[in-house]
Design a protein around this ligand. Structure first.
Ligand code: VGL
Ligand code: ZN
Length: 195
């Protein structure tokens, strides 16, 4: 599973992840090694409720209470059909089995590829994996401490065997979010691969 390797998460993007583009080549090299390739795309409508710009007096990275819990507010990013929402140009998207979009409901954010941030609204990915008989996933992409970690934690909770290949991930690291994510993934039995 390749999470959110999109222009807005790469250098010069709206929510740039440091060195986000450096994982494109290693991901391309990995793709042929897997039985299935699933790409995700963060895909927000304009005025999405995870954007600081949707509120008076709020700034990016403020935290607000949503009906489903605390939500970090982000700069506008990955707006549907914009260049920022497109995959990085170098990413080999042609061999994808499935491209799954998330975060398209205006009122709710979706970090995980499996569930939106309410932890109950499904994206459909679980059914896709199960009906294809896939029980083991390797996850790479952006960002390690948000969409990658949330996807890995949900996959583990659903009973999939999960590896996160750290060589092909980069993080946002906001207020200790990377350490927290690594700790939670480790505790959930997610294998963190480094080499
Ligand atoms: C992501 C913040 C907001 C991610 C997406 O892909 O990690 N982070 N939307
Ligand atoms: Zn987003």
């Amino acid at each position: 599973m390749v999470i959110d390797v999109q222009n807005d998460f790469c250098p010069n993007g709206a929510l740039a992840v440091l060195d986000g583009d450096t994982i494109v080549a290693p991901i391309n090299a990995m793709l042929p090694d897997f039985a299935a390739r699933i790409l995700t795309q963060d895909w927000h409508p304009r005025g999405h409720k995870s954007f600081a710009s949707s509120y008076n007096g709020k700034s990016a990275y403020d935290v607000i209470d949503m009906p489903y819990g605390p939500q970090i507010l982000w700069p506008d990013h990955c707006i549907q059909s914009t260049d920022g929402a497109a995959f990085h140009n170098g990413l080999k998207t042609q061999t994808a089995d499935l491209i799954i979009r998330k975060g398209f409901r205006p009122q709710i954010d979706s970090y995980s590829a499996f569930f939106e941030n309410d932890k109950t609204t499904p994206t459909g990915l679980e059914g896709y994996l199960r009906t294809r008989g896939l029980d083991t996933v390797t996850i790479v992409g952006l960002a390690t401490d948000f969409c990658v970690a949330y996807s890995a934690l949900d996959a583990a909770r659903l009973g999939f065997k999960v590896t996160v290949d750290m060589n092909a991930c980069r993080s946002i690291d906001l207020n200790g979010s990377l350490d927290a994510a690594l700790f939670q993934m480790h505790a959930a039995g997610v294998k963190l691969k480094h080499d």
